[in-house]
Design a protein around this ligand. Structure first.
Ligand code: SAM
Length: 240
């Protein structure tokens, strides 16, 4: 296993991002300012939030007229859902297991004047959605580093970085395609920090197949210089 895939390293990154002295209360992204609450995944110490925005075509609000619906699982500080609402997406729902992330997303929706257009739910993956609720796009920038089966999380923040035994990934692979409209997309932002072979095995086990739609290489210099490949994967049901 390469160093970038080490779950211990990811837990160190998680801890460092909470404790470093330069952790901001407000950060800048997409030429806007955003609040960052304690215990929430910090978009400033990882390229992944910026890559998610690129994957979703949300770096710039002039890409207006989308008029569809988006569910973002794991909305964190709320940058993607707020940008989606600002681009005119018809219905935007963000959900996160971490209550601080839910509060943070609501704060940023209010900061950018879209609080009436963004619904934010606290829960485990799809647990808070009504039966039969579906979206044109279902997206999760996941905790793609695999931790051992018996790993016990020391904080909810660690769940932004690692997934023990890929338990949450298994549920996401199974459920996300059931939550899309006809012609909609169930998407997963994964990376080479994760175990792609294991994800494919899990997908096959759940009757799902994965297709890579986009790939972006991002250089990271924390803990040595390395390149992480970010992938936008589409999840679909294996045809009978
Ligand atoms: C890599 S972070 C991405 C955060 C945000 N979307 C961003 O790009 O800045 C992953 C997010 O998934 C959330 N998460 C982890 N497990 C979850 C679960 N089982 N259900 C809902 N959210 C979860 C974490 O709390 C975290 O906010």
């Amino acid at each position: 296993m390469s160093l970038v895939q080490s779950f211990e390293l990811s837990l160190e990154r998680s801890n460092l991002s909470l404790t470093r002295e330069d952790r901001p209360k407000v950060f800048e992204m997409c030429d806007r300012e955003w609040d960052l609450l304690d215990e929430v995944f910090a978009p400033v110490y990882s390229p992944s939030t910026g890559v998610s925005l690129e994957f979703l075509g949300l770096t710039d609000i002039s890409t207006s007229g989308r008029n569809g619906s988006l569910l973002e699982i794991g909305c964190g500080a709320g940058v993607a859902v707020v940008m989606a609402a600002l681009t005119g997406e018809g219905r935007v729902v963000g959900s996160d297991i971490n209550p601080q992330a839910v509060a943070n997303t609501r704060l940023n929706a209010a900061r950018h004047g879209v609080q009436d257009r963004v619904t934010v739910l606290q829960g485990d993956l799809f647990s808070e959605l009504a039966d039969g609720e579906r979206f044109d796009t279902v997206f999760w920038s996941s905790n793609y580093v695999r931790a051992p089966k018996d790993y016990v999380y020391k904080s909810l923040h660690e769940a932004a970085y690692v997934d023990a035994d890929y338990r949450a990934h298994r549920v996401y692979l199974t459920e996300a395609p059931k939550r899309t409209t006809d012609g909609g997309s169930a998407l997963l932002h994964f990376s080479s920090r994760g175990d792609l072979a294991e994800l494919h095995r899990l997908a096959a086990d759940c009757g799902r197949e994965l297709r890579t739609l986009k790939s972006i290489q991002a250089r990271e210099s924390e803990y040595g210089d390395h390149v992480v490949e970010h992938l936008l994967l589409e999840i679909s049901a294996v045809a009978d």
